[in-house]
Unconditional design. Structure first.
Length: 352
């Protein structure tokens, strides 16, 4: 009898532990295929479920919160796909009555926060894009968007959505040390999540590319297949400053920077400025076509393998466009100079 009681108690403990981390995903989405699949961030299938009358249900254990993707096809042919955060509780996926392209994911703290943030940010974006919105109001919207992101992150440091906002929305604009300071404000358990662990590694690397730090060499092939090192450009006596520019032809903001790059290059190339462009393209023809069609007459290299290259890791590049201005002494002078700020900085340095 004693043995039976011990086994029963053990089973109860195991059951309670399992229930503590259990999640369910229930959905009602019109017009979807007859099966839904739950993927992790690496596109590995975690679970699947049949769809009956547009409804489905999945369940599992989330010992640590994680980002997942829900869609109604393994590969091609999906009618919908949405991100959700796997965490204990009942997660609901439903159509958005006001936006047919968006699905509402609610029911748990992180998903509720994500849904509310999406609604608020989409409203600001729609207002910004409205042709009747004044330039003055657009400036105010930019400030409101930034403040919204920071406020929501502060409100959600105890769940994964706060970490997602820091990594995906604020990480680009913060320095390495600022990122480490922000990560330290999260609870210890949250700091062990994959998102913040990777972000911390990136932040520590980012510190190594702050102004005043020595540049890290890059060696990649140019359009002709010849490997060209950043070192060879920096150490060229004709170059007083080298702009290391990370970009891609598919990146709208990158192409928006091209007129500023050309203006600065045309004005200061003969005075000692060179640009070493590293493309994150995956299509060689599109990469070369962008260079030719836009008259980007500086040094270009690429492994034509997207973000999957050592240079992206060495310089902790989380988004593009991203750039680093390097002096002839091999030290980084400034980083992420956008628009007129690039021209003004180079003009200031070459006037000294």
């Amino acid at each position: 009898m004693k043995k039976i009681l011990i086994l029963a108690a053990t089973a109860a403990v195991l059951c309670s532990c399992g229930n503590k981390h259990k999640y369910t995903v229930e959905g009602a989405v019109a017009g979807i295929n007859d099966k839904v699949y739950l993927f992790d961030e690496e596109e590995v299938i975690l679970d699947s479920a049949a769809v009956k009358e547009s409804k489905f249900r999945l369940s599992g254990i989330a010992e640590t919160p994680a980002v997942a993707i829900l869609r109604d096809a393994r590969d091609q042919g999906a009618t919908f796909a949405t991100m959700l955060i796997l965490e204990p509780g009942q997660i609901m996926v439903n159509d958005d009555a006001e936006n047919t392209y968006r699905k509402r994911v609610t029911g748990t703290p992180a998903n509720d926060a994500s849904d509310a943030y999406a609604a608020a940010s989409h409203a600001l974006v729609d207002e910004f894009r409205n042709p009747n919105t004044s330039d003055e109001r657009r400036e105010a919207i930019n400030a409101e968007y930034s403040q919204l992101t920071r406020t929501v992150m502060e409100q959600n440091r105890g769940n994964l959505f706060g970490a997602i906002l820091l990594a995906q929305e604020l990480g680009y604009e913060l320095s390495g040390q600022e990122l480490l300071d922000e990560i330290a404000k999260f609870p210890a358990a949250m700091q062990q999540t994959g998102i913040l662990v990777k972000l911390k590694e990136s932040a520590e690397q980012k510190i190594r590319t702050d102004a005043g730090q020595p540049y890290i060499d890059i060696v990649q092939p140019d359009a002709a297949g010849k490997e060209v090192s950043l070192k060879s450009v920096v150490e060229n006596p004709a170059n007083k400053y080298v702009l290391l520019d990370f970009w891609a032809s598919w990146c709208g903001p990158c192409m928006g920077e091209v007129p500023h790059l050309k203006k600065t290059y045309d004005e200061f190339h003969k005075k000692g400025l060179e640009i070493y462009g590293v493309s994150f393209d995956k299509d060689r023809e599109k990469w070369l076509a962008a260079i030719d069609q836009n008259g980007m007459n500086w040094v270009h290299v690429s492994q034509v393998n997207g973000f999957d290259n050592q240079a992206a890791r060495d310089y902790a590049v989380q988004g593009i466009p991203s750039n680093f201005l390097i002096g002839s002494d091999g030290k980084i002078v400034a980083k992420n100079l956008r628009g007129e700020a690039l021209y003004e900085k180079v003009a200031e340095l070459l006037a000294q």
